[in-house]
Design a protein around this ligand. Structure first.
Ligand code: TYM
Length: 332
């Protein structure tokens, strides 16, 4: 059976980008006969300046939101990364497999390290080793497929390289995973800055739609989205018209239509924005409503996470033990 693993980092409120790029694929995978594990990767939230109480709150909220979005704990395993020691145990072996040069090349490291330096904060060492921990997250479960958005593709490529290298040096231990991306909306852009990714870290961002935003807030953000100058009407051109292309991508992802074909149906930006706003409001409405119900019952979410961690440990433990033996460490 195909093993699927993916995760989300509790560094901010989950966005429409997280939903369209990743979470929606997870819910679809959960309906298939696959063995799927989904994880709130809280250790990764400690790689940049953080507030402990906020990370705790956001971790709980992310888990609740994943259930609200439709993950069914009877069919998949939902858990919190720090509850399963195997991730950190394996990360060290993979640090002994990766090279300094290959992790320094990671685009996200370069961007986030530059941002940390610019704001006068030190760059945490864990920001550099982050993709190695991510590789451990994936390889500990002998994962076949990793459903992610475009921005994580490079990290999954590194994971593949590490799996192949480890297997070649020490004997076959890991499955070699591949990233699976959604056809549309693999990279949802910021509504105010359509050349940058819609990211959850910039919390108050007027260009970021959060999964829990009220309908009125979503409408306002979409109606104020930056569109492009030029009077060529509504055309799909990611390079020349990134703002409009982003709106068409979002509408395509919400409706299942092909973004470029949708452009033909509009003569002006106003009507397009109104349709995008309504499509997003209706897409997220059931998730927000279900989230409110689940948030009122934290015991259920805690139970799901406890059981999920138990199952995850059972899967990861023998894989990580096998890696410890293969690399030359004595059995205790
Ligand atoms: P994170 O928390 O930044 O994002 C979670 C998922 O959402 C996708 N995503 C997007 N997709 C489309 N458009 C966007 N604007 C957008 N923003 C985010 C991401 O691609 C991701 O799939 N390093 C990972 C978390 C992680 C992980 C893992 C993922 C840690 N270990 C193991 C898979 C497997 C991250 O920071 O995702």
């Amino acid at each position: 059976m195909t093993r699927i693993f993916s995760g989300v980092k509790p560094t901010g409120h989950l966005t429409l980008g997280n939903y369209l790029g990743a979470v929606r694929q997870w819910v679809a995978a959960d309906q298939e006969p696959a063995d799927a594990l989904f994880c709130v990767v809280d250790l990764h939230a400690l790689t940049v300046e953080h507030d402990p109480a906020r990370v705790r709150r956001l971790s709980r909220q992310a888990a609740t939101l994943l259930l609200a979005a439709g993950l069914d704990p009877r069919r998949c395993t939902l858990f919190v990364q720090s509850h399963v020691d195997e991730h950190a145990r394996l990360a060290y072996l993979l640090e002994c497999t990766a090279t300094d040069g290959e992790v320094r090349r990671m685009i996200q490291y370069r961007e986030k390290a530059a941002a940390a330096r610019a704001s006068g904060d030190g760059v945490r060492l864990s920001l550099l080793t982050y993709p190695v921990l991510m590789a451990a997250d994936i390889l500990a479960y002998r994962t076949d497929e990793v459903p992610v958005g475009e921005d994580q593709r490079q990290h999954v490529e590194l994971t593949r390289d590490l799996a192949v290298r480890f297997n070649q040096r020490y004997g076959h231990t890991f499955a070699v995973p591949k990233a699976t991306l959604p056809v549309v909306a693999a990279r949802v852009m910021d509504l105010q800055e359509p050349t940058s990714k819609m990211g959850k870290s910039g919390d108050a961002g007027p260009g970021v739609v959060f999964m829990l935003d009220e309908p009125g807030v979503i409408r306002k953000k979409v109606m104020r989205a930056v569109t492009d100058s030029g009077d060529g009407g509504v055309v799909y051109d990611r390079d020349a018209r990134p703002g409009v292309a982003n709106l068409l991508d979002i509408l395509g992802a919400c409706t299942g239509a092909e973004p470029a074909a949708l452009a033909d149906g509009y003569s002006g930006y106003g009507a397009l924005k109104r349709d995008v706003a309504e499509a997003v409001v209706e897409l997220l409405r059931p998730v927000r409503e279900r989230h409110a119900e689940l948030a009122a019952d934290p015991g259920t979410v805690e139970r799901v996470l406890r059981e999920g961690a138990g199952r995850a440990r059972e899967v990861a433990r023998p894989v990580v033990d096998a890696a410890y033996r293969a690399i030359g460490l004595l059995e205790p």
